[in-house]
Design a protein around this ligand. Structure first.
Ligand code: XMP
Ligand code: MG
Length: 176
């Protein structure tokens, strides 16, 4: 059990399983993007640990950058995607991979994709460590998915409860 602020969380996906999945996804990307010099765009803040581990397992020529959006307050999505920090890279004709920690309702991803598509990348695909299929408001193509989970709030491995718990090495779920 992990106490984070006023709540208790228990392990849902242990670190060992996460690391194995990261290697699996990186292997797919190494094969699919060889000679394409992909640009990985991490969606801050939640994706930074996943992206860092994933990037270390990539053995092809590739680049990384970040953008920042926010739709969550405390335990739930507000539905409004705010605080967009833009990209300074020119992604025209680049092979772009959006890297997310989690696709929940999918609103963040829809918004990020809309912004990036306007910049005319050569291709635009999505990598997400976690997905809550039952929470998605409409179907969205997710190209690389680590784990599908139930519609429960999770923290750890970059994901936070009100800013806390990002440093847990396991992905943990609310215990109540
Ligand atoms: P949407 O609903 O737009 O959510 O797909 C995407 C963003 O919201 C955050 N998020 C979570 N953060 N535990 C968290 O710590 C969760 O269970 C959770 N669900 C969504 C996350 O930043 C994601 O990028
Ligand atoms: Mg996020």
């Amino acid at each position: 059990m992990h106490k984070v602020k006023d709540k208790y969380f228990k392990t849902l996906i242990p670190s060992h399983d996460i690391q194995a999945k990261v290697v699996e996804i990186a292997d797919l990307l190494n094969a699919d993007y060889a000679n394409k010099n992909p640009l990985l765009i991490g969606v801050l803040n939640g994706s930074f640990i996943f992206l860092s581990d994933l990037f270390k397992c990539m053995n092809i020529d590739c680049e990384v950058t970040f953008m920042r959006v926010s739709s969550y307050e405390n335990l739930r999505s507000t539905g409004k995607v705010t605080q967009i920090i833009g990209l300074k890279e020119d992604i025209t004709d680049r092979h772009v991979l959006i890297v997310e920690d989690i696709v929940d309702t999918g609103q963040t991803l829809v918004n990020v994709k809309e912004q990036l598509v306007k910049m005319n990348p050569a291709s635009l695909k999505v990598v997400t460590l976690l997905n809550k299929p039952d929470a998605m408001l409409k179907p969205l193509p997710l190209d690389y998915v680590g784990f599908k989970i139930k519609n429960d709030f999770v923290i750890g491995y970059g994901l936070d409860y009100d800013g806390h718990g990002r440093n847990l090495v396991d992905i943990c779920v609310l215990a109540e």
